[in-house]
Design a protein around this ligand. Structure first.
Ligand SMILES: *[C@@H]1O[C@H](CO)[C@@H](O)[C@H](O)[C@H]1NC(C)=O
Ligand SMILES: *[C@@H]1O[C@H](CO)[C@@H](O)[C@H](O)[C@H]1NC(C)=O
Ligand SMILES: *[C@@H]1O[C@H](CO)[C@@H](O)[C@H](O)[C@H]1NC(C)=O
Length: 830
């Protein structure tokens, strides 16, 4: 069919050509023929074309020669005159890319030789497909290539021409590229790969696209090649951190090299473009010394000591950078958690030191502040002080505590306190600290001096030397320094009407008490003084103590014989004081005793009365008959002094009896006195012969001279005394009072001065044992105390008024008691 169509077409064409050929060129025949016709294909009937009878062809030896030295592709069929294809006619081989391809053949006829030129136009058929020189077309395109970029693609080659050549290219569907075909001036078609959408290496590292070249033949033929696009990296990606903010928590004091957190950034780029290094970005120098950042791994490590109290949170800015320099940032927030690493700190804000011991309980003495630098429960602090001190801590505002006294302070018991304040926090484990506060207690003069004894007694013998030490008093004052310095002094007062200072002195510093004068027991047996101990405080405190001074007797007084009257006095004299009122009998001195003739043995004849100003043993008198005109007739009671007949008196006994009686005291050494007794044995005084004889009978006797001296002195004394008494009485104009009655009456005035009150109290100041010794053993006592000794026997009241009242205070009780005893004793004996 195809061939026939072609032949028909060729026929028509050759007819036209033939007409022209006939007219112009003698014998030229033209044929048209597609290439690649099979051998034997009839191109045309040449005989007809040249008007020659086919039968003659053979005769005329018709043959086809190639024009020139060309190859013969056709031959003539001698029988039919048809031009027949004898060789393969490949247009591409014959003419290549020439647009017209004509085979020139010659028909040679002999007899006559005729030459006909035959032109065979070889027509192209689409027998070649487009072809790429390489199957794989490689491109390396940087991902940064911009849209519209062109990359020329090797063109496909098609041996065919015209429409059978490459007409267009098709590119496999894709996102990035299209193919753009441009026709060059020479009609060549040129194709470019055009970037329609930017590449991203990070999405696709390469693309493979099939490029198809299509020709215009029918049937159409195509050829393909693969375009391989390798996307080259561009540093188009900054590093990207996995998080914008990293948060981490570390405890303070974390060990060195502890990894806190690791930041990590990725860079989509490849190679150096994706090589990331980490750095701190503008981080404070302080932080840099605490944390390190590994530039490669992004690990943040502790390299310093993390102190919550300094910084409890860190914010680090970290930069990630790739090699070309794209950067990004992240923030690392490191929160530090508190660890109980700070013990509470105790500070003393104020302290009243020393505190006076008299502060009232509850007084604030100090303010304490406690701080704990930790936080949370680690900073909750409890404060306490030890138990055994009179202080407590009172919580005040916030972290302040008041140190307050809880009780009364006493410097004399505890003079200083070491108060240990302990503060403990609530951390786990808890930390604590302590502080010792030293508090001194200041003295207040709150203790008076106290004497070691309730009262002091000093015993001193009379006739002491002035200035001798009697005793010493000691008072203690536990206060401090001058508040405890004791000064002793005598409280003013009077003893016997004289200021105490004339009796005693006290050493203000030592408390030693000295006698200022020599004491006389017979005048003053005891006295009391008040000694004050005063401290030097301001105001001073003092206390008083009574010091009783007891003067002890020394046998310095010899017995004094009251009756009989000492020698030298007139006998039978009645002394009637001139001042006596009403003429009462005051005293009667009987120097001569009458002894009844009928006296039986044992009868009381007389009595020697003696006193001794001393006391006790020193006044314990004993009576002895030293000499007697008739020994054996009289005896004397050793203690009573009573002279009794020892036997019945006979007529032969001398009427005048003379006795010398010695009175001794019991002192060591003992003192004595003697007296003479003249006794008349008679029933009637009228019978008595010359008394003078009696009195002076013994003048020449062997009575010792001391007796005379004693009598003289006693009488002198007596007289003096009488005069004084009388004088005083006269002044008082008081009625004299009888002291004695009975057998032997002795006027009160006979009592020695001591017995009357020396210090003006009007009583027997020291009655002590005196009476007892005086009358022991007396059967019919001659003494009768008519009235109480309360009444003054001596009219001394007016002149010595003051003393009388003063000393009743001191001795009142004592005296009252003694008076009572005296009275009772007396009356019983009588
Ligand atoms: C208080 O402490 C001081 C100093 O440590 C010490 O000398 C003193 O004896 C202490 N006092 C008391 C009462 O413990
Ligand atoms: C003595 O006590 C007074 C208060 O009574 C006081 O002011 C003074 O400081 C004390 N003296 C000494 C040395 O402590
Ligand atoms: C001590 O005696 C004096 C004088 O009589 C007196 O003022 C003082 O108060 C007395 N002191 C005491 C502690 O009794």
């Amino acid at each position: 069919m195809g061939h026939k169509a072609f032949s028909a077409l060729g026929l028509v064409t050759s007819l036209g050509v033939f007409v022209v050929t006939l007219q112009t060129v003698c014998g030229d025949v033209a044929f048209s023929l597609p290439e690649e016709m099979k051998r034997g294909t009839v191109v045309g009937n040449i005989a007809n074309d040249i008007g020659l009878d086919a039968g003659k062809l053979a005769a005329r030896k018709a043959r086809i020669d190639a024009d020139g030295n060309g190859k013969r592709y056709c031959d003539i069929s001698p029988s039919t005159g048809d031009l027949i294809v004898t060789n393969r006619i490949d247009r591409e081989a014959l003419c290549g890319k020439k647009a017209s391809c004509v085979l020139k053949e010659e028909l040679v006829l002999e007899n006559p030789l005729e030459l006909h030129r035959i032109s065979i136009h070889v027509q192209d058929i689409n027998d070649n497909a487009p072809q790429f020189s390489e199957d794989l077309i490689s491109f390396e395109i940087r991902e940064s290539a911009i849209k519209g970029a062109r990359f020329s693609v090797t063109e496909a080659h098609d041996a065919d021409i015209g429409a059978n050549a490459v007409q267009r290219y098709n590119l496999q569907n894709n996102d990035h590229f299209t193919i753009n075909v441009a026709t060059e001036a020479g009609g060549r078609k040129h194709s470019d790969l055009v970037l329609m959408k930017e590449l991203d290496r990070e999405q696709e590292q390469e693309l493979k696209l099939v490029l198809t070249a299509v020709d215009g033949g029918s049937p159409q033929k195509s050829g393909t090649a693969t375009i391989h696009v390798t996307v080259l990296d561009a540093n188009d990606n900054a590093p990207v951190f996995s998080r914008a903010v990293y948060k981490a928590n570390i405890p303070e004091n974390s060990q060195l090299d502890t990894i806190v957190v690791t930041v990590s950034a990725t860079d989509a780029d490849a190679g150096p473009n994706g090589d990331i290094t980490y750095n701190f970005d503008h981080v404070a120098q302080d932080y840099v010394s605490l944390f390190s950042l590994d530039p490669k791994t992004g690990a943040i490590r502790v390299i310093g000591s993390i102190d919550y109290e300094t910084d409890n949170s860190f914010e680090l800015r970290i930069r990630a950078k790739d090699v070309p320099g794209l950067t990004s940032y992240c923030t690392v927030i490191i929160d530090v958690t508190d660890v109980n690493d700070n013990p509470p700190a105790i500070s003393l804000k104020s302290l009243f030191n020393p505190i006076p011991e008299n502060v009232s309980p509850g007084s604030q003495v100090g303010i304490i502040n406690v701080q704990d630098r930790d936080s949370g429960t680690n900073r909750q602090v409890h404060c306490s002080i030890q138990q055994n001190v009179p202080f407590k801590l009172v919580p005040s505002i916030k972290n302040y505590y008041s140190l307050v006294t809880t009780g009364q302070l006493d410097r004399e018991l505890v003079s200083e306190y070491n108060i240990t304040i302990t503060a403990t926090d609530e951390g786990s484990p808890p930390l604590s600290s302590s502080k010792t506060v030293h508090l001194s207690v200041a003295d207040i003069n709150d203790n008076p001096p106290v004497f070691e004894e309730q009262s002091y007694s000093a015993y001193v013998s009379e006739n002491n030397k002035p200035g001798s030490t009697l005793c010493s008093v000691t008072a203690r004052d536990p206060d401090w320094r001058q508040n405890g310095t004791v000064i002793y002094s005598l409280l003013p007062g009077e003893v016997n009407g004289a200021p105490v200072s004339s009796y005693l002195s006290v050493n203000g510093d030592t408390g030693v008490i000295h006698a200022v004068r020599s004491f006389d027991y017979e005048q003053l047996r005891s006295f009391k003084v008040q000694v004050m101990a005063r401290d030097n405080g301001s105001p001073p405190l003092s206390s008083n103590v009574t010091v009783s001074v007891f003067i002890s007797d020394v046998n310095d007084n010899s017995p004094q014989i009251l009756y009989p009257a000492p020698e030298g006095n007139s006998f039978m004299t009645e002394l009637v004081p001139k001042a006596a009122h009403g003429g009462s009998l005051v005293s009667k001195v009987i120097a001569v005793d009458l002894v009844p003739k009928a006296a039986h043995g044992g009868s009381l004849v007389s009595k020697v009365i003696a006193v001794d100003a001393d006391s006790g043993q020193n006044a314990w008198l004993s009576y002895h008959i030293v000499k007697s005109s008739d020994p054996g007739l009289f005896t004397i009671g050793v203690h009573s002094g009573e002279i009794r007949t020892q036997r019945d008196i006979s007529e032969s006994d001398s009427m005048k009896q003379n006795l010398i009686v010695a009175v001794k005291d019991n002192g060591q050494p003992s003192l004595s006195a003697t007296c003479s007794m003249y006794l008349l044995i008679s029933d009637n005084l009228a019978e008595v012969p010359e008394l003078k004889d009696v009195s002076y009978e013994e003048k020449n006797s062997k009575l010792t001279s001391y007796l005379i001296i004693a009598l003289v002195s006693v009488s002198t004394f007596f007289l003096t005394f009488i005069i004084i008494i009388l004088g005083v009485r006269f002044c008082r104009r008081r009625k004299p009072r009888m002291l004695f009655d009975g057998a032997v009456a002795i006027p009160g005035a006979y009592l020695p001065p001591n017995y009357a009150d020396v210090d003006g109290a009007g009583t027997l100041r020291s009655a002590y044992n005196y009476d007892a010794y005086l009358t022991t053993g007396s059967r019919t006592s001659d003494f009768k105390f008519v009235t109480s000794y309360n009444d003054n026997t001596l009219p001394a009241e007016q002149t010595l008024r003051k003393s009388a009242t003063d000393f009743t205070d001191v001795f009142g009780d004592f005296l009252n008691q003694n008076r009572f005893n005296l009275k009772v004793g007396r009356h019983r004996e009588i």
